[in-house]
Design a protein around this ligand. Structure first.
Ligand SMILES: Nc1nc2c(ncn2[C@@H]2O[C@H](COP(=O)(O)OP(=O)(O)O)[C@@H](O)[C@H]2O)c(=O)[nH]1
Ligand SMILES: [Mg+2]
Length: 222
């Protein structure tokens, strides 16, 4: 006997329902939410910290720090005095909307303008799980090799922006950041692209400007 059990679509449907509820909750509070994805060490925490430093005087920011274990990133965010919830997934390699639902209930949503959700570090599992975000960000770094984008097409298809980070060391690791940008736009012609360095500051104004554009455009109830 052949049984066709559509487990995958049930999981995704259930996740989408939770994601829609999360998005409504954000919107009821006038919050713009960003799902920040990317490999371990690509610079997700660093680029969020820079955004907190540059935008923290103007906007109230909260963070959900997703990780398999530990609260190292959460401590980094807390050192900037922003409300932070550490969300450990155990063996799961991505956040899902149900986990985020629990996490954001521990944030002072009524006071916030912007929520960053740092996803678990990898370029595969987070792809299929919407969290209720307004923008999907994928951060890659040159140290992962300049074929990293071409090797992981799916995450770029569903993202709004790719940030190619650590361009300061591109020369030393023999990577071509322009190839990474070109690969991303070949996969998804609509994706916004940025090249950044948290060390030299290259591209950071554009990163902050992109976030602020969403704060103007994404919030429905502000
Ligand atoms: N050279 C260089 N190092 C960076 C840059 N951005 C982040 N890093 C370093 O890369 C490491 C991993 O960064 P982190 O933000 O923790 O990555 P995450 O795992 O994606 O959150 C840290 O040691 C950062 O200081 C960059 O633009 N250039
Ligand atoms: Mg991190």
């Amino acid at each position: 006997m052949h049984l066709n059990i559509p487990v995958g679509s049930d999981i995704f449907d259930s996740n989408r329902r939770h994601a829609n509820r999360n998005q409504k909750l954000f919107e009821n509070h006038g919050i713009a939410a960003f799902n920040v994805m990317g490999a371990i060490g690509s610079g997700k925490t660093t680029l969020i910290e820079l955004a907190i430093e540059r935008l923290g005087d103007k906007y109230q920011i909260g963070v959900v720090a997703g990780d398999i274990v530990a609260d190292i990133d959460a401590s980094r965010f807390e050192s900037h005095n922003v409300p932070t919830v550490a969300m450990n997934t155990g063996k799961e390699c991505h956040l899902d909307a149900h986990l985020v639902d629990h996490a954001i209930k521990d944030l002072p949503l009524a006071d916030l303008d912007l929520v960053f959700i740092e996803n678990v570090g990898n370029l595969i599992c987070p792809t299929d799980f919407e969290l209720g975000e307004h923008r999907r960000v994928v951060i890659v770094s040159v140290s992962e090799g300049d074929d990293i984008v071409a090797k992981h097409p799916m995450i770029f298809l569903s993202s709004d922006i790719v940030v190619v980070n650590k361009v300061d060391i591109a020369e030393f690791v023999g990577a071509d950041p322009d190839k990474m940008v070109d690969d991303a736009t070949t996969i998804n012609p609509k994706i916004t692209t940025l090249k950044t360095s948290a060390k030299t500051g290259e591209g950071i104004d554009a990163w902050i400007g992109w976030i602020e554009a969403c704060l103007r455009d994404c919030r429905v109830n502000s």
